[in-house]
Design a protein around this ligand. Structure first.
Ligand code: ACO
Length: 322
């Protein structure tokens, strides 16, 4: 039986940091309001000459180094992102070229904040069926480019970054199970109103910015995160007590706390990075995982649950033994 396991992790955050004090100079807000409603203290924002693929390349190099693999060892590439460099070619091909990885299948997956979990789940299947042995899986976002910096309702929430893992074939699990879902009826609660075939002329105008019904998103996010987490544990006949680490999408601290409470999960088991990263969409889970691995909290053999939720709505969980 072939399983997949995570052999190495990496992350990259742009140098430029925007604190809440910086945002107080841009919109009518306060450090106190942002922290009490979201937990966010700062976020990173890419410079104008940085593209999402640049963030990915740095995170990927970091992950390859930690897994002791070179570009020629990689035989597939998956990238979850909502903010690719271009409409085409797909961002995974751009990253492949920048990293000097030989010709291989390159997938870009767009599932908003669930993008990394969708990508990881897909990569797991390719390894299990024997089509690939080492896959580079990335979640990345320059979501600050989609934000209206005059809209205090949304601009305080988001940040940029990239997280990456090397997933490799193994005779021991690894990834125990993956659980994905989506429901397009919620499109209008969280969306970006410009695309290649819709409203393209509005790109770059004030009409092009993230649309969000914050309160409604909050409720569905909490319910869905807890449901899919339970589904993952039940499938494997495991309980919350068996779990070492819970890594939910880092949208905001109140959503994380509410989901943990619904699950009876002590906050000591929750990796939290939203305070320093903001909501980095598809990058949030792999970056939080890398933080926990590199600071020594997440150890080999421990049981870890990734739990994602994003626009669409999309959602997903991955239960794995690190
Ligand atoms: N600073 C100061 N005041 C603000 C700000 C701000 N940055 N933003 C909104 N306000 C004001 C509003 O205008 C409103 O004022 P009013 O009462 O005079 O009209 C007041 O604060 C309360 O607004 P609410 O929207 O009710 O505030 P709430 O407590 O619900 O918090 C928030 C808003 C943080 C967006 C919350 O709804 C939330 O966390 N939603 C989840 C959405 C989320 O995290 N989205 C991220 C993307 S989704 C994802 O990643 C899956």
């Amino acid at each position: 039986m072939i399983y997949s396991r995570i052999a190495g992790t990496g992350r990259y955050l742009p140098d430029r940091i925007l604190t809440n004090a910086d945002l107080e100079k841009i919109v009518d807000t306060s450090d106190e309001w942002i922290i009490s409603r979201t937990g966010i203290e700062q976020r990173h924002a890419a410079n104008e000459d940085e593209f999402t693929s640049d963030l990915c390349v740095n995170a990927a190099r970091n992950a390859m180094e930690s897994a002791a693999v070179s570009p020629s060892d990689i035989d597939m590439l998956f990238v979850g992102t909502t903010t690719p460099d271009l409409i085409f070619p797909n961002i995974a091909t751009i990253i492949q070229h920048k990293l000097g990885i030989p010709a291989l299948p390159c997938y870009a997956i767009e599932a908003a904040c669930s993008g990394f979990v969708y990508a990881l789940s897909s990569a797991d299947k390719f390894i299990r069926c024997g089509e690939a042995k080492k896959i580079l899986v990335i979640g990345a976002e320059i979501i600050t480019r989609l934000v209206d910096w005059e809209d205090r309702n949304t601009c305080v929430l988001f940040g940029d970054g990239a997280g990456a893992v090397i997933l490799e074939a193994s005779s021991n699990p690894g990834v125990l199970s993956t659980h994905l879902g989506a429901d397009g009826q919620y499109q209008k609660l969280l969306y970006y109103p410009v695309g290649a075939s819709t409203n393209l002329a509005a790109a770059g105008t004030a009409d092009a910015s993230i649309m969000m019904s914050g309160n409604d998103v909050f409720k569905v996010a909490v319910r869905t995160l807890s449901e899919v987490a339970k589904e993952a544990l039940n499938t494997n006949k495991l309980s919350l007590e068996d779990l070492d680490w819970f890594i939910p999408h880092q949208a905001n601290l109140r959503i994380i706390q509410a989901a943990a409470k619904k699950l009876n999960m002590p906050m000591e088991k929750v990796i939290q990075t939203v305070q320093i990263h903001g909501n980095t969409s598809a990058a949030s889970i792999p970056m939080a995982f890398d933080v926990g691995v590199r600071d020594g909290r997440i150890k080999r053999g421990q049981l870890v649950l990734f739990d994602a939720f994003g626009g669409g709505f999309t959602w997903g969980a991955v239960l794995l033994r690190y």
